[in-house]
Design a protein around this ligand. Structure first.
Ligand code: FAD
Length: 424
């Protein structure tokens, strides 16, 4: 909680140098200054939002990817509100500056609405109907297309930068403009570095095996060129397959399934364009891996060592939980609950049996064909688990939301429930 507060307070601090410098140098009337401050705050928040979009791995270890994307989205909304008040209450003699301001405002509003629907779970995680509409529309508006629409924000940032440079009320203050340009160049520089230069330094490896598991899941192993020294149980990577004619180089997130740091294994449910094409990925294909990301292990380390771990996986969501079980089955009390669609989808039954046998009674596994209902959870979980356990839920968004609600209802405190949803 403290970490999140610290992280969010950075959003308050980030625009301050711009606002305070402008306040110190500008001679505009106070009321007008206030609306210019709002414009500066909106701009700084857009820049911060761009910085968060590069997925800083240290920040992920500090607060977790959902918090990073959460603040990224919230800043988009708050910036629009600040920009609206700024636009409605300030004026400019330059028609080009006015036009750039207007285009930026309407452009960012449109991109925001589009992204809230297609890229965030804010709407689709709350309604099956909206999720179905999104799935239908994604036949045309593929995820990657939505990502490109989202990147129009960079054009908007450039337009706002030009807008500020055309305003005499702003551009006459040399010191302020140096700071303003520094913010912009630093942000765009970090973005460009992260997109085009940093990937050369990411972990790389070669597809060593690719096998079907059940009817719609594939197990892909990647033998790394160098050991993943910073990998922790429960982590995930963004993978990009290079030089394969059958699969594109898009970055997709997948969790590591065991505790091997030399050959990473991924359990991939094949339901969309990209994942289905993995059928044709050739052995020997080169893979780049951005990461590792994830906070499950540090959360476990922060919990009472005597408290049981309750791992609830749905479908391929079992992947990170399996790696947690691999790491802790001999030292912690673990109850792993795994729901699958069909009996064939329980493809890790044997692996789980091995862990169970090696755990000397510390690991207990419950596999269910069909989702867990309230009664199943009450039957499977002893009172001590409900009262003290640390819960980790991983699966498709709606399923995670439903299980979390069930757990609350049977008495698990929200503070002990941790989750990973299989969409960003
Ligand atoms: C932290 C995390 C860990 C994950 N771990 C696993 C795992 O271990 N096993 C597994 O099977 N799945 C995992 N997923 C889900 C997996 O990344 C998506 O199912 C996959 O990227 C969908 O690709 P697609 O083009 O085949 O499907 P599509 O049908 O095109 O997309 C389905 C949905 O997946 C999301 N998606 C699509 N492309 C991307 C992308 N490039 N980046 C982020 N989200 C995208 C979108 O919300 C989209 O609506 C994980 C997701 C996250 C966020």
């Amino acid at each position: 909680m403290l970490r999140k507060l610290l992280f969010w307070s950075f959003a308050v601090v980030f625009p301050l140098p711009l606002v305070l410098t402008y306040d110190a140098v500008a001679t505009a009337p106070e009321t007008l200054k206030f609306y210019i401050f709002l414009g500066l705050i909106a701009y700084a928040w857009w820049l911060l939002s761009v910085l968060l979009s590069v997925r800083p791995s240290r920040l992920d270890r500090f607060v977790g990817m959902p918090s990073i994307y959460g603040l990224h989205g919230m800043l988009g909304i708050l910036a629009i509100i600040a920009a609206y008040v700024h636009r409605d209450n300030s004026y400019s003699p330059s028609s080009l500056a006015r036009d750039l301001g207007d285009w930026s405002f309407y452009g960012s509003l449109s991109v925001l609405c589009f992204s809230v629907f297609f890229l965030s779970g804010w709407l689709v995680d709350r309604s099956r109907l909206l999720l179905r509409i999104k799935g239908f529309l994604e036949i045309a508006f593929r995820h990657q297309f939505s990502v490109w629409i989202h990147r129009l924000n960079l054009v908007i940032v450039t337009m706002i930068w030009l807008h500020a440079h055309l305003l005499v009320r702003v551009n006459q203050y040399f010191g302020f403009m140096v700071l303003f340009d520094f913010y912009t160049v630093m942000t765009l520089g970090i973005y460009a570095w992260k997109k085009w230069i940093a990937p050369d330094a990411y972990l790389q490896g070669t597809v060593a095996s690719s096998d079907m598991l059940g009817g719609s899941t594939r197990k892909v192993s990647v033998h790394l060129d160098t050991r993943a020294a910073t990998l922790r149980p429960g982590d995930f990577f963004f993978l990009s397959f290079k030089g394969s004619s059958s699969v594109s180089g898009e970055w997709h997130p997948f969790s590591v399934t065991d505790d091997d740091r030399e050959t990473l294994t991924f359990t991939i449910r094949q339901h969309g364009d990209f994942t289905r094409r993995l059928d044709n990925v050739e052995l020997g294909t080169r893979v780049r891996l951005e990461g590792p990301f994830g906070r499950f292990e540090s959360i476990i380390q922060g919990h009472d060592r005597e408290a049981p771990l309750v791992l609830v996986g749905m479908g391929a969501g079992v992947a990170p939980l399996l790696s947690l079980a691999a790491a802790h089955h001999t030292t912690r009390d673990i109850h792993l609950l795994w729901s699958v669609r069909t009996p064939e989808d329980a493809y890790y039954r044997d692996v789980l049996k091995e862990y169970e046998a090696a755990s000397e009674g510390r690991l207990q596994v419950t596999v269910s064909v069909g989702r867990f209902r309230r009664r199943d959870l009450l039957d499977a979980l002893p009172v001590e688990h409900i009262a003290k356990g640390a819960f980790f839920i991983v699966g498709p968004n709606l399923a995670v939301v439903a299980i979390r609600r069930l757990l609350w209802r049977i008495g698990v405190s929200p503070r002990r429930i941790h989750q990973e949803r299989l969409t960003m």
